[in-house]
Design a protein around this ligand. Structure first.
Ligand code: NAD
Length: 486
């Protein structure tokens, strides 16, 4: 295991691996065993400088290629990722602890989708012609921003790197990407693959480190844009730090999203949606619908069906393809989840399922369901980022929507009902950037993804992302003499 997961070196700059072992050592721990599987060193100021200088130097020539040329490289990278899906999925599992059953279909594949989608779009990123009176006209030029910094969370290291790199590079930007210190391995492999696909040196660089490396990158004057995937507290810090220089930002932050199940819903589908929205990736998904509002009449039936289904969770070795529920990413995250479970019990919620550590090596905890949760309880207000579902009862639609919106977050929201008009009415009222009707947590690259309120700024994926990685220059062209007042 050690041989396959130890990277050649910690950083990837100008098309090659770079090391500076003066940087603090960061051990990579396999979440399923507690075993050390690799290490990297945090970027020193010299490494940060090297990466930013490389990205800055590479940007004009990269932007000067045609969109077709840039797109071809991104699409070639997508093909390489697909061809190496198993190897990349295994690395994702080692980096995060997520079951291979998931990573084989959700991570490298989603990264490849992004590279393919934005690779396809790159050639069509054109300006507009805007006619004016007397034959004058305005045209617009869609321009790259310059050097972009991407900063990742630990739950989807391959996907996050690709979701940021693909639109950034398609628009003619270059990028310095800092993965989470908890999962430093996957982004390096993406940098290797982009280089193999033909990305010139400096176009996509990876540097490792903790928050201070992220802070050094984001505040550098050469950086035009920062795209962060992380928690709301980190988002507030990064947003404030870059505001002074008016940099562009995308903030993909946390959530405490509502999933509303009406009594006319197809119960099995609703239970499936709640499972996907709480227990996929062991609950470590930003858009999870962790406040499940269930209409009173079906509450007990819902809880019963849910418990039956959870009995079928296969908890174990994530590299075994039968396993569908893995460990928490780290001991620290496990401790946070255990604290929230204890708090749920203390504050009077009913522990309806799970709640205990699984006795085996690694950071395993059972899928956990609390019933009789009320809005003021900590487990209904704060993002836990683990497999803990809070089930809350409600009487009617208006009450459900009001309570669903009573949160600082606004990432996602879902509704299960057979009533078409109600479904559309409810999602129209939800204060959330990404909504689902009769499903949960799908994130196709063709659709915008992102949050409102404290959950974020900007959108990833879809044509929307182009607006966040480019800006428009407007050029007025006069075809007539200039009339001046004197
Ligand atoms: P985190 O906020 O602790 O860290 C995120 C990243 O920011 C890490 O790479 C970290 O090193 C870096 N960072 C920390 N302080 C910084 C600073 N001052 N300046 C620059 N960078 C800094 O988040 P996490 O614990 O890694 O991930 C979990 C969080 O991410 C959850 O809140 C989850 O909801 C969120 N998330 C959001 C999305 C989304 O798309 N909306 C996706 C995945 C995860």
């Amino acid at each position: 295991m050690t041989q396959t997961s130890q990277p050649v070196a910690s950083h990837f700059i100008s098309g090659q691996y770079v090391e500076d072992d003066a940087g603090a050592r960061i051990d990579v721990i396999y979440a399923a065993t507690g075993e050390k599987i690799a290490h990297v060193h945090a970027a020193t100021p010299a490494i940060v400088e090297q990466a930013l200088a490389a990205a800055k130097a590479a940007q004009p020539a990269w932007a000067a290629l045609t969109g077709t040329e840039r797109g071809r490289i991104l699409r070639r990278a997508a093909d390489i990722i697909r061809a190496r899906n198993r190897e990349l999925s295994e690395l994702e599992t080692l980096d995060t602890g997520k079951p291979l059953q998931e990573t084989l279909v959700a991570d490298a594949t989603s990264g490849a989708d992004a590279l393919e989608y934005f690779g396809g779009l790159a050639a069509s990123l054109t300006g507009e012609y805007i006619p004016q009176p007397g034959g004058d006209f305005v045209y617009t030029i869609r321009q790259a921003l310059g050097v972009c910094v991407g900063i990742g969370a630990w739950n989807y290291p391959t996907q996050i790197a690709c979701w940021k790199a693909a639109p950034a590079l398609a628009c003619g930007n270059t990028m310095v990407f800092k993965p989470s210190e908890t999962t430093p391995l996957c982004a390096l492999r993406i940098a290797e693959i982009l280089t193999e696909a033909g990305a010139p040196p400096g176009v996509f660089n990876v540097v490792q480190g903790m928050g201070e490396v992220g802070a050094a990158l984001t505040t550098d004057p050469r950086v035009a844009k920062v795209s962060l995937t992380g928690s709301v507290p980190t988002g507030r810090k990064v947003y404030a730090a870059v505001a002074a220089e008016m940099k562009h930002v995308t903030m993909e932050l946390g959530g405490k999203s509502p999933l509303i199940v009406f009594d006319d819903a197809d119960l099995d589908n609703a239970v499936s949606g709640a499972i996907l929205g709480n227990f996929y990736s062991t609950g470590q998904v930003c858009s999870n619908g962790t406040r499940v509002f269930v209409q009173k009449g079906i509450k007990e039936a819902f809880l019963e069906r849910l418990a039956e289904r959870l009995d079928h969770a296969v908890i174990g070795d994530p590299l075994d393809e039968e396993t569908n529920f893995g460990p928490m990413v780290s001991e620290a995250q496990l401790a946070i989840v255990e604290r929230y479970i204890a708090q749920g019990i203390e504050e009077g919620a009913r522990l309806a399922y799970g709640g205990k550590r699984v006795i085996r090596p690694g950071n395993f905890i059972q899928p956990t369901v609390f019933a009789d949760v009320t809005d003021a309880m900590t487990i209904a207000r704060e993002e836990i980022f683990g497999p803990v579902m809070a089930v809350l009862d409600f009487e009617d639609e208006e009450e459900a929507v009001t309570r669903a919106n009573d949160t600082e977050f606004g990432l996602a929201g879902g509704v299960f009902t057979q009533d078409l008009t109600r479904a559309h009415r409810v999602v129209a009222s939800l204060e959330a950037g990404t909504c689902y009707i009769n499903h949960y947590n799908l994130a196709p690259v063709e659709a915008p993804f992102g949050g409102v309120k404290a959950s974020g700024v900007g959108r990833e994926n879809s044509k929307e992302a182009i607006h966040h990685y480019s800006e428009v220059k407007s050029v007025y062209v006069a075809m007539n003499d200039v009339e001046a007042p004197f």
